[in-house]
Write a protein that binds this ligand. Sequence first.
Ligand code: ADP
Ligand code: NA
Length: 326
Amino acid sequence: MKKRIFSGVQPTGVITLGNYIGAFRQFVEVQDEYDSIFCIVDQHAITMPQDPKELHENIRKLAATYLAAGIDPNKSTLFIQSEVPAHAQAGWMLQCIASIGELERMTQFKDKSSKENVSVSAGLLTYPPLMAGDILLYNTHLVPVGDDQKQHIELTRDLAERFNKRFGKTFVVPDIQLPKNGARIKSLQDPTKKMSKSDANAKATIRILDEPKQIEKKIKSAVTDSEGVVRFDVENKPGVSNLLIIESSLTGKTVDEVVAKYEGKGYGDFKAGVAEAVINHLAPIQARYKELIDSPELDHILDEGRDKANAIASATIDRMEAAMGL
Ligand code: ADP
Ligand code: NA
């Protein structure tokens, strides 16, 4: 039997090239090897202030993005968290075995709640048990996430073990799967920082739905250095190295091969070449996205995903409730 992978992404705006290279492409790769469940975790997106219309659109956009990036509904399950009631149910039961102290120690809670003038919802404190439920409902073996999610997966394991110990074996205790290919894409404006969806500087990120013109412009204005030689040196030439990594990741060429391509050429040619590689790679994804975004096919895929997810998750809820005496 194939091992099961669960992964959730928040619908918080068009994903960046960093998200695509670091996460979505890996999702596409694991589809054959694992029984994969991909969830649009919209209930997590309401822990912070949000605009309802924008959230609603972002949910659909993210669904179309998964599929356009190559998630195949015949191989994987793709669904929206709030359409499967088991998530809120499991989140509640797991909150009742989590302690306030351990939730207050979560770094994301500490970071977000320590900012002044930010209204902090109770959900910001209690979303880690909801996330634990997301994972545990599906008898998940592996959770592919970045380093920053380690603490949440540790909590998930703790809660699963605690529940199993107190109420009898109910959950599979999942393992974290850190990305194999550790390509971290950097900000185009500050190549010492990671490229992030939440960067306020639009020029710092490439969004996977950017038009070719925008991509050319952003790469043209990417911060490099004054040496004028295309060479891979992350320490001393972070901007150039970042662009090399981007072209290498998207074309399948090694970094050395990309460097050789630009031998004797200046940054103008280099940037034009990188932009071309990005545009060419994204073109079919963008075309597929445009087909999907307003199509009934998208609704149909999400309905099927919801039904498949619901069948697994509600069986787990039955086991949880029986174990707890509910
Ligand atoms: P963001 O900062 O863009 O909101 P998240 O922290 O929500 O990104 O991460 C979403 C997924 O994308 C994670 O799997 C994370 O490892 C991956 N990811 C985010 N930024 C990058 C990046 N710059 N390079 C590679 N992978 C990234
Ligand atoms: Na984020």
